[in-house]
Design a protein around this ligand. Structure first.
Ligand SMILES: [Zn+2]
Length: 285
């Protein structure tokens, strides 16, 4: 049996992504900064704010977020903490948000970030298993949580509890970025050759409140422009990892078939492979 390590598009070993909440006006400056550095982010929106005049307008979202290749995702119609809602109220908050965003922007929206305390504080007759189940039933592919540092830079084991690496205001954010950039996934001890992800989250209004937009500039300058890093939105990372897990291997690992529509890179025995959509490859020959 061989270890099979995912490699991101073009055989890259690392990925960077951003996730920002609440659709504030200052998201424009944030999105434009990411775009300038060829970074990608996911913007989590509350559907009740869309036409309220509070926060980003539909036109601003189209121009600064979507046209620049960023993702928009569900953040609850009324920003409800799902851990404190009955399943019925939670379902309504998520589904109404998804329906409104999809109708307004004419695209399929499957990403999400938990609003408020999310799944950190669970009471009042719900539990995490129920929440995860109804999110899956509602067509939500992943949901970002909070409350810890993921400075091992691992991809999530549970996509409904996707723990980011760091909040941008965390004093260790830049230190973690340096550690992340220094990792050479191809020179690691064999079992540690897995890919790494650096994932930043926050609210753009925090840069206004603390008057520390220079922190974003510094982080973007440090993280951008690396040849071994894939810059992607949350859903792009989710979709690529799902495609990788869809690869079909023969029992002795000598033949692999790619049933997806995605070109996929992987590494076996320190040998890199790339498989086209629909292709069958004979390995080790
Ligand atoms: Zn929020």
């Amino acid at each position: 049996m061989q270890y099979k390590f995912l490699r991101f598009p073009e055989g890259k070993t690392k990925a960077v992504t951003f996730s920002y909440d609440d659709g504030a006006e200052s998201d424009i400056r944030l999105a434009d900064t990411l775009t300038k550095h060829a970074l990608k982010g996911t913007f989590n929106l509350n559907s009740s704010k869309l036409l309220s005049g509070d926060g980003l307008s539909v036109e601003e979202i189209k121009m600064h977020l979507l046209d620049a290749g960023h993702e928009i995702a569900v953040h609850g119609e009324f920003h409800k903490a799902l851990g404190l809602c009955s399943p019925l109220d939670g379902i309504k908050d998520v589904l109404n948000c998804r329906l409104k965003l999809e109708k307004t922007f004419g695209r399929i929206i499957r990403g999400m970030a938990y609003a408020d305390s999310g799944i950190c504080n669970i009471q009042y007759g719900t539990d995490y298993t129920k929440i995860k189940l109804y999110l899956s039933d509602l067509g939500i592919a992943y949901s970002r949580t909070l409350g810890g540092d993921n400075n091992l830079f691992r991809l999530p084991q549970d996509w409904y509890a996707w723990m980011p690496t760091v909040h941008h205001d965390n004093p260790k954010a830049l230190e973690y970025a340096e550690e992340f950039l220094e990792i050479d996934c191809n020179e690691q001890y064999y079992a540690r050759m897995y890919p790494r992800l650096y994932y930043v989250w926050g609210h753009s209004v925090e840069f206004d409140r603390k008057n520390n937009w220079d922190r974003l500039d510094e982080l973007c300058e440090k993280l951008s422009g690396h040849e071994d890093v894939w810059y992607a939105t949350n859903i792009e990372i989710y979709d690529y990892v799902q495609a990788f897990h869809s690869l079909v291997f023969s029992a002795d690992d000598t033949i692999v078939y790619n049933p997806t529509l995605v070109k996929i890179w992987f590494n076996i025995d320190k040998q890199e492979y790339c498989i086209e959509p629909g292709q069958t490859l004979n390995l080790f020959i």
